[in-house]
Write a protein that binds this ligand. Sequence first.
Ligand code: SIN
Ligand code: FE2
Length: 223
Amino acid sequence: MTADLFETVGDARPPRETMAEGAVVLRGFARPFEAALIPALGDIVKQAPFRHLITPGGHRMSVAMTNCGSLGWVSDSSGYRCDGIDPNSGAPWPPMPSVLCRLAAGAATEGGYAGFTAEACLINRYVSGAKLSLHQDKDELDFAAPIVSVSLGLPAIFLFGGLKRSDPTRRYRLEHGDVVVWGGPSRLAFHGVAPLADGEHGLLGRQRINLTFRKVRPGAAGR
Ligand code: SIN
Ligand code: FE2
């Protein structure tokens, strides 16, 4: 037996961590996809640039957003909704590249939700200080499907609570490549992101990119 057996090799974090019933963090799950994923995101952002949406209450969100897939998440003074058209260009959102479909389906299966086909992918960009306050993802019509959330770039503190806003939240540090999947009894759990700390990431620079994949319409196959 050699001393090597007792050394910690590579990523010492457990590969998966259960957050609640139906909710799991898959550490580093997206890393094998990054070589195809990052250029694919660059193409999407050329077609549908990041923008700071206005909440129905009139606030400019600190997180910049865009979407790909047959539906996108948008917010304006009339409310939150899922829409097939980018309101900035009047054109459909860019289609979901196959690497994103594969990543979302693979992570969902690994998280216990086989057969997930993402219709919508909301792409969030956080720079230093940007945050997302506690909310539920409930603008979809299909709560049978999970949410698959991919973290890229700078690390962030993800807050994950219960079904009531007042329930206690736990804090999870999400790093580049980590994927969180929540569904079933956790599908409507409140969650948010603490203000991003500044830093420099080797591949993505001074930002964090988060992808949330959703299935919006019950029974729809996605694309
Ligand atoms: C979201 O809830 O839409 C994004 C979560 C995250 O950025 O980790
Ligand atoms: Fe969310």
